[in-house]
Design a binder for this molecule. Structure first.
Ligand SMILES: NC(=O)c1ccc[n+]([C@@H]2O[C@H](COP(=O)([O-])OP(=O)(O)OC[C@H]3O[C@@H](n4cnc5c(N)ncnc54)[C@H](OP(=O)(O)O)[C@@H]3O)[C@@H](O)[C@H]2O)c1
Length: 333
């Protein structure tokens, strides 16, 4: 009999996750009841938000319970179905969890066409990170031709697409990323105008040099001292879509700062947090635009595909917090 291997949350992590925070358990492959289908999971999306989902306390979704399969966006093939909309052989993505087989009633599940794009792209540029970049930049950032857009975590799944869309919209685009290699990728491959290496260079001085007309849109992925440096260079009536604050996701004490929030006041900035689900009804619009730009060669997607199955999850997740990933991080099952 084939078994289902599942990774369950065993204890709430303090700081970076360790293998002890999880337990691997085995069970039978689920059978679908009426209105359900079973998916063989092939690829799991590894996202910074997962670390937050492990914490107790109020957030935009309830925490993953102790003993529950770790929540994850993932993709795979329907292998059995008693559901009116999903049939055997369909490829799907959605909240399927860190496990080899998942049963679903179709909620949060999307059918995808893997003849036009790979499963990894459906979890990356055409999936949640691409959609996040699209709405965060265009709806909240409101970039206008000739303006300067600054993006942190610029080489990653969301940041890389934010910058490329901002170029399409005729902006000067400056990235912030860790290391010379990532910065070279951001400028040479993605076409940003400049990139500041926050691990080796002074970010404040870098923004001053590369954004000579100030910053109109700062797309915030990181928080902490990078946020402070960006805030100091914002133009009057600038916009800050607050997408993520990855520098604090493993913090064990309250982070310092921000030290200069007064710039929000004196420069009359608009700073708005958002979660991609806020735009759920408009996902098709984003997917259409992202696919068209990708087909025309205006936007590149890059995936970082890891092997090792569900057992490798804790180590692969931690790569996001050291910058060990190069592009959208996914785990093959
Ligand atoms: N609001 C939403 O709905 C939504 C949806 C998706 C993602 N997000 C957020 O978007 C951000 C990017 O996510 P992603 O999926 O695209 O991940 P990603 O950028 O592909 O990977 C994370 C990157 O963050 C950078 N990083 C990690 N720790 C850092 C630190 N202390 N200081 C500066 N940079 C650091 C690393 O890049 P370097 O090597 O350059 O340091 C790392 O490669 C995250 O904050 C995430 O939570 C939000």
């Amino acid at each position: 009999m084939t078994t289902n291997t599942m990774l369950k949350l065993a204890a709430r992590p303090k700081g970076l996750v360790t293998r002890d925070n999880f337990e691997i358990s085995q069970g039978p492959v689920p059978e679908p009841n009426d209105g359900e289908f079973v998916v063989k999971v092939e690829m799991i999306s590894i996202d910074p938000a997962m670390r937050g989902w492990m914490n107790e306390g109020k957030s935009y979704v309830p925490p993953v319970g102790i003993g529950e399969v770790m929540r994850a966006l993932a993709g795979g093939t329907v292998i059995a179905s008693k559901h009116p909309r999903f049939k055997e052989g369909d490829m799907v993505t959605g909240l399927l969890g860190v496990q080899e087989y998942a049963v679903s009633d179709g909620q949060s599940i999307t059918a995808i066409d893997t003849s036009s794009a790979s499963l990894a792209d459906w979890l990356g540029g055409l999936g949640m990170p691409g959609i996040t970049a699209y709405f965060g930049l265009l709806e909240i950032g409101q970039p206008k031709e000739g303006e300067t857009v600054l993006v942190s975590a610029a080489s990653g799944a969301v940041g890389s697409i934010v910058g490329q869309i901002a170029k399409i919209k005729g902006c000067r685009v400056v990235g912030i990323a860790g290391g010379a290699e990532k910065c070279a990728y951001v400028t040479d491959e993605l076409g940003f105008d400049a990139c500041i290496d926050y691990k080796n260079d002074d970010v404040f001085a870098g923004i001053k040099e590369h954004c000579p007309n100030g910053v109109d849109v700062y797309f915030e992925n990181v928080g902490g001292t990078i946020f402070d440096a960006a805030l100091s260079h914002m133009n009057t009536f600038g916009r800050i879509p607050v997408c993520g604050m990855i520098s604090a996701y493993n913090a064990t004490s309250a982070p310092d700062g921000p030290k200069n929030l007064r710039f929000v006041l004196v420069n009359r900035l608009t700073m708005r947090g958002f979660i991609v689900f806020d735009f759920f009804d408009r996902y098709p619009e984003a997917i259409k635009a992202l696919s068209e730009w990708n087909e025309k060669g205006l936007i590149k997607f890059r995936q970082d595909v890891r092997e090792g199955g569900v057992h490798a999850y804790p180590d692969v997740l931690n790569e996001l917090f050291s910058g060990g990933n190069n592009g959208k991080l996914v785990l093959k099952v």
